[in-house]
Ligand binder design. Structure first.
Ligand code: SAH
Length: 242
């Protein structure tokens, strides 16, 4: 690994170069081996309790290794989170499946995602037929998805650079809101952008571990909050980053 990645090791502080390098080192070959590893991953997350067939099929279909530096080619199919550029992570496949299952996505639903990151989660939502609006606050991550050719197959994903706390009032209301970073509390502006009958899935908490919550906007104007398992996300931060 040291020999294969001299630039990254030598200049870890040059984040622009690191981002460029990350993009340059994406793999775009999906071999039988990758497909086999992916099938095993699907079995693993099914054993952990994911039962939604459509979610499992989407995980089985999307080459997760395309979303990572080619150094992670094999480990891409371990059920783990991995670093991407700008000190962010691609969520663990089980976590992606868990949040997606809670969202109960139907084709053509309008879904707002906060925290595009690698765009893996956005691709899973798009594969399920959703109209995805995804916001990323880090410009470099947003830019790197522009040149990621695999994403061209999902014209139903719209990418935005901005502060997720603001949501996208122009495109509201949304059937679903998915937050993929740890939020200290429920962002009111995002609740306001939900349809009646709509749901938000949000990892909530300020510590290392958060509660996965699902908030439903009821017909009578009240909110129903359900609390599920505990997960660990990077924090949801305010403002944009150049
Ligand atoms: N969904 C991603 C995982 C994201 S990790 C994937 O599939 O790979 C969380 C992401 O949320 C990071 O990229 C981080 O930069 C972003 N983020 C944190 N706070 C945000 C905010 N206020 N608005 C938009 N993005 C935010």
């Amino acid at each position: 690994m040291l020999l294969q990645h001299p630039i990254k090791i030598a200049f870890p502080y040059l984040s622009t170069l690191a981002t460029f390098y990350l993009c340059a080192m994406r793999t775009s070959e999906d071999s039988y081996r990758h497909k086999g590893l992916r099938k095993k991953l699907v079995e693993t997350i099914e054993q952990k309790g994911i039962h939604d067939r459509k979610v499992l099929e989407a995980i089985n279909k999307i080459p997760r290794h395309f979303f990572l530096d080619s150094a992670f080619d094999e480990v891409a199919y371990e059920d783990k989170a991995f670093p991407i550029a700008e000190k962010q992570t691609i969520s663990q496949p089980y976590t992606v499946a868990y949040q997606t299952q809670l969202l109960e996505i139907k084709p053509f639903m309008k879904v707002l995602e906060i925290g595009t990151g690698s765009a893996y989660q956005a691709s899973i939502l798009a594969e399920l037929g959703a109209q995805v609006y995804t916001i990323e606050r880090q410009k470099k991550l947003f830019e790197s998805n522009k040149s990621f050719s695999y994403l061209k197959r999902y014209p139903n994903i719209k990418f935005f650079y901005g502060d997720g706390y603001e949501g996208l009032p122009t495109y509201a209301p949304f059937d679903r809101v998915l937050i993929t970073a740890a939020a200290p509390d429920v962002p009111q502006k995002l609740v306001d952008q939900m349809k009646t009958g709509g749901m938000m899935v949000i990892p909530m908490g300020t510590g290392d571990v958060q509660d996965m919550k699902r908030i439903t906007k009821m017909q009578d104007g009240n909110y129903k909050t359900e609390v599920f398992d505990r997960f660990s996300f990077v924090p949801m931060l305010g403002g944009k980053k150049e």
